[in-house]
Write a protein that binds this ligand. Structure first.
Ligand code: CDP
Length: 220
């Protein structure tokens, strides 16, 4: 039996992984996993239930029983549309804190593996290549300087009509980088065999094309 191919795209916050990964998936007709959305869903649900972000065991139990579905661009949590609600900076920060708990990470493994379906999967996150899909055919570490990433996030927020300060965004982003890279369980790192894609001076199209070229040369 040949395994369904996975393209793993990891990288720090606001590196553009989501945009690049979903376009690569679209071009290849592959499925797409936004693993960060799962941590954001746990953040939202646990906030609603008043669970302390430091309580790993209780968060793990909650993560196990969440009913999540991704349907036509919408994300549903226990039947309610939370597509927009999980995207706030506050939920992102909460997600990055609770993602340090091994109980939470363990609870989400099966759900992530279930996305691996024919003809293929593009998975984006922090530990796709190192932990969840270590046999990925292509492993990409997609990054950009902190300044370039803060600027991108700033433009995204302003375009949505949300006010933001560049210096606050840069500080939050550096805090999140430090937490994601230093945690004991599944830290953000350049996995063995991963190719680094530095996108500070690349357009989205150039980044997508590079990943597609890497995939085609491996798949050939
Ligand atoms: O949008 P941004 O890149 O900031 O975050 P995200 O990909 O939506 O993920 C939210 C948070 O979940 C991150 O800050 C990570 O701490 C955590 N996460 C993780 O630990 N492992 C993953 N595979 C994906 C996200």
């Amino acid at each position: 039996m040949t395994l369904v191919p996975v393209i793993a795209i990891d990288g720090p916050t606001a590196s553009g992984k989501g945009t690049v990964a979903s376009l690569v998936a679209e071009q290849l007709g592959f499925h797409y996993l936004d693993s960060g959305a799962l941590y954001r869903l746990v953040a939202l649900a646990s906030e609603k239930e008043g669970i302390d972000v430091k309580n790993g065991p209780e968060l793990g139990v909650l993560a196990e029983k969440l009913s999540i579905s991704f349907e036509k661009g919408q994300i549903l949590l226990n039947g309610a549309d939370v597509t927009e609600a999980i995207r706030s900076e506050a939920i992102g920060l909460r997600a990055s804190t609770l993602a340090t708990h091994p109980e939470v990470r363990r609870a989400l493994v099966g759900l992530q593996h279930a996305f691996r379906k024919a003809p293929g999967l593009v998975a984006d996150g922090r530990d796709m290549a190192s932990v969840i899909f270590p046999d990925a055919i292509v492993k990409v570490f997609l990054t950009a300087t902190a300044e370039a990433r803060a600027e991108r996030r700033y433009k995204q927020l302003i375009a949505k009509g949300i006010s933001a300060k560049l210096e606050d965004l840069l500080r939050d982003l550096q805090e999140r980088d430090a937490r994601d890279s230093s945690r004991g369980t599944a830290p953000l790192l350049i996995a063995e065999g991963a190719q680094v894609l530095e996108t500070s001076d690349l357009s989205v199209d150039q980044a997508v094309k590079t990943v597609l070229d890497w995939y085609r040369s491996k798949a050939a």
